[in-house]
Design a protein around this ligand. Structure first.
Ligand SMILES: Cc1ncc(COP(=O)(O)O)c(C=O)c1O
Length: 396
């Protein structure tokens, strides 16, 4: 039989889903395309450690290859690694997870976020999160067919969470509250009292908390307190963490999710069909990291602290007020005294001085009076970048 085919006039672009078409491109990526084309640029833009992965960790990855550990692992990840993760959490937060049923090894916190949202959201469910925030939050909620509900936090009170605003934002459609502490991009954390107030609301309204604690090990003052350590919250929380930031392992792509058995099983359902398992080689490296890498973490944290003190002093001195971050490796100074929008500031600074920062507008619509500077770069580079920025601000 001869088929009579007529060429369709619809373009290939028409095949892209409406959900994806309406997603805006990441404000960071768009900006960094310009940075990559600017030679000799000092970048305070990237959100990743300048340190290479500590050797003991990399060696474990290399040995995994040499030993032929290059196969799929269990969907949930190597049991030994899940056990080590559960022990690590027990030691830090006094909370017990069953490694067989309540721990899932993921492809970075990125995959953890995606499958956490997809496993709990029905179309139209609302997810509350706090701005300024990591650029993926709104997009991952939308990709899961949820409705992002942003609550602004403000420089004047240290980007603290306003519990009254949270209470007002909760509706009958609210499914979850997303938290990130210490925060990308402000470096602010959430104190125990505020976590308790959030927990009380989550319990009263039967909401899931998705707690992204990827920067917990980079906490400078006091101990990082997790919401899972608050009574009854372990049952209500999807706890996300990973190896990218603390152990300087961004390229290994490894994270983990812990939570109630039923939710971890639901997340694993998506994970087994879409990812199968996290990379085996990275899992062996992560096992070494979590068991023996704590001294390396402490040494990197000490260096971030020196840089944090230096950069906050310099920015404040040049008239760009910023709060000393409690954790992570970002500062989020207020640039309103310059009269420039965050995008103009970043573009002009890049052109005139070859220093790259990220416009605050990438982290939420209310933050056009801020820029994000990452201090995950050498002290030498930081000094040079601050000298250039000071000159730039003086000449405006
Ligand atoms: C707050 C936050 N969550 C998650 C991620 C993603 O991390 P991963 O490399 O583990 O996917 C990042 C990366 O910058 C981040 O800043």
């Amino acid at each position: 039989m001869k088929l009579h085919l007529v060429k369709s006039h619809s373009t290939i672009e028409n095949h892209i889903s409406d959900n994806v078409k309406t997603l805006p491109p990441s404000g960071i990526r768009e900006f960094f395309d310009i940075v990559y084309n600017t030679p000799d640029c000092i970048s305070l833009g990237v959100g990743e450690p300048d340190f290479v992965t500590p050797w003991r960790i990399s060696d474990s990855g290399i040995y995994a290859i040499k030993d032929g550990n290059t196969h799929y692992t269990s969907n949930k990840g190597l049991l030994e690694l899940r056990q080590a993760i559960a022990e690590h959490i027990k030691k830090n937060h006094g909370v017990e997870y069953n490694p067989q049923t309540q721990v899932l090894v993921t492809i970075g916190v990125s995959e953890g976020l995606d499958i956490a949202l997809r496993s709990i959201i029905n179309p139209g469910d609302e997810v509350i999160y706090f701005e300024p925030c990591y650029v993926s939050y709104s997009a991952t909620i939308k990709l899961a067919y949820g409705k992002p509900v942003a609550i602004a936090t403000h420089f004047d009170n240290g980007f603290a969470i306003d519990i009254e605003a949270l209470q007002k934002a909760i509706t009958s459609k609210t499914k979850a509250i997303m938290l990130n502490y210490p925060s990308n991009p402000t470096g602010a954390s959430i104190d125990k009292k505020t976590l308790e107030a959030i927990a009380a609301l989550a319990i009263a309204h039967n909401l899931i908390v998705i707690s992204d604690e990827i920067y917990d090990a980079i906490t400078y003052e006091g101990e990082h307190v997790s919401i899972i350590s608050i009574p009854e919250m372990q049952e209500q929380t999807i706890y996300l963490n990973g190896f990218s930031k603390a152990y300087a392992m961004t390229g290994w792509r490894l994270g983990y999710a812990c939570g109630p058995e039923s939710i971890i099983a639901a997340m694993n359902k998506i994970h087994q069909y879409t990812a199968l398992c996290a990379p085996s080689i990275a899992q062996y490296a992560a096992l070494e990291a979590i068991r023996k890498g704590q001294r390396d973490v402490a040494s990197m944290r000490a260096q971030y602290l020196k840089r944090r003190n230096f950069i906050t002093n310099r920015l404040n001195e040049m008239g760009l007020p910023c709060l000393p971050p409690k954790g992570a490796f970002y500062v989020f100074p207020d640039i309103s005294s310059t009269g420039l929008s965050s995008r103009d500031f970043a573009l002009q600074l890049l052109k005139a001085c070859k220093v790259a920062v990220v416009p605050g507008s990438a982290f939420g619509s209310c933050y056009d009076t801020h820029i994000r500077c990452s201090y995950a770069t050498s002290m030498e580079q930081l000094k040079e970048a601050m000298d250039r920025m000071e000159q730039f601000v003086k000449e405006l």
